[in-house]
Design a protein. Structure first.
Length: 325
């Protein structure tokens, strides 16, 4: 469940103003009140809208959640609403404004992503929004985005010394382990414990092995005889690391030279013949090549910490009344 919201807080607040809107302030008499943030009320209607927006976005990304999973997310969604309301109120205090053309551009980008007016309308219907409401939400979201850039992002610096220290401290992040590209022919034993079937499978594999020893083409034989889904590609398994293979399979595969074919290997799946196609040796990425990745990682972490601290200050200064749910 947590993977759905594994974006760090700052980037979520900067980018998700379509998915997770800034509130309209409504009266508690209009809907069941959940939280009062200073003078603004977050209602059950607001939370339902938040969940509808999330559901619409997930459906657009071909990722759906059950009603039970969505219900589990409701507490976190409510916290998101509280935080964005605090940020919007702060932006109003700072008199931050944005230009209409920025809103127009955001709507145009959304329409382009959805590829058609029909797709755009379907998205709005799933999110329970009309275009006027969408425009208001985007406008408020862009105001919050500008606030965060002014008060949080602009202050973040990553020094050369910090990047070099990170590179020295975490060499494992910049290593490419040895990989090999292999083809295989597999004769399956199903069920695995059936001794008679295992004997028949071994005889079939020995016959294939003889064809290879007589000069047969490994890839062509894999297409013809292999009972693995890789057979359609001539048994090509692509590039793999040692820990991505069954132990005895890996031991033999990594011992081969390019073009060499193994002896018959027995695993719980059945019998295998392996041909090594290519080998990429272990390598350590040089600092100059890793520098951009390191800077992005450190900046993201600093931005997250700064956003947490900024929101904590806003919460301490605010009146947040959580009502019975």
């Amino acid at each position: 469940m947590q993977s759905i919201y594994r974006l760090h807080r700052l980037m979520f607040l900067l980018s998700a103003f379509l998915l997770s809107p800034i509130l309209f302030s409504i009266s508690p008499t209009q809907a069941e009140a959940l939280v009062v943030v200073n003078q603004a009320t977050i209602s059950r209607q607001d939370l339902d809208q938040e969940m509808a927006l999330l559901d619409a976005e997930l459906q657009y990304r071909n990722h759906t959640l059950s009603k039970h999973q969505m219900a589990k997310l409701s507490s976190q969604l409510l916290e998101n609403l509280i935080e964005r309301e605090l940020l919007y109120q702060r932006a109003q205090q700072r008199k931050i404004e944005i230009r209409d053309r920025w809103v127009d551009r955001a709507i145009a980008d959304l329409k382009a992503e959805l590829k058609s007016n029909t797709g755009f309308k379907a998205y709005l219907d799933k999110a329970h929004l009309d275009e006027v409401q969408l425009r208001t939400r985007i406008q408020k979201g862009l105001i919050v985005r500008r606030l965060l850039r002014r008060d949080v992002i602009r202050q973040i610096k990553v020094s050369e010394a910090e990047m070099q220290a990170f590179y020295r401290k975490h060499p494992e992040f910049f290593q490419r382990h040895e990989q090999i590209r292999v083809r295989q022919i597999m004769i399956a034993v199903n069920p695995p414990g059936d001794v008679s079937k295992r004997g028949d499978a071994l005889l079939r594999m020995q016959a294939i092995q003889k064809q290879i020893l007589d000069g047969g083409n490994f890839a062509a034989l894999a297409i013809q005889f292999s009972e693995d889904k890789s057979s359609i590609n001539g048994g090509d398994l692509g590039y793999l690391q040692r820990d991505q293979m069954i132990a005895n399979f890996a031991e033999i595969a990594f011992s081969l030279s390019p073009g060499e074919v193994s002896e018959i290997i027995e695993t719980h799946q059945g019998y295998h013949l392996i041909q090594l196609v290519d080998r990429i040796p272990f390598s350590q990425m040089a600092y100059r090549n890793a520098r951009t990745k390191i800077e992005r990682t450190l900046r993201r972490d600093k931005e997250e910490s700064a956003a947490d601290a900024y929101l904590s200050r806003l919460k301490r200064q605010a009146s947040i009344k959580r009502l019975a749910r």
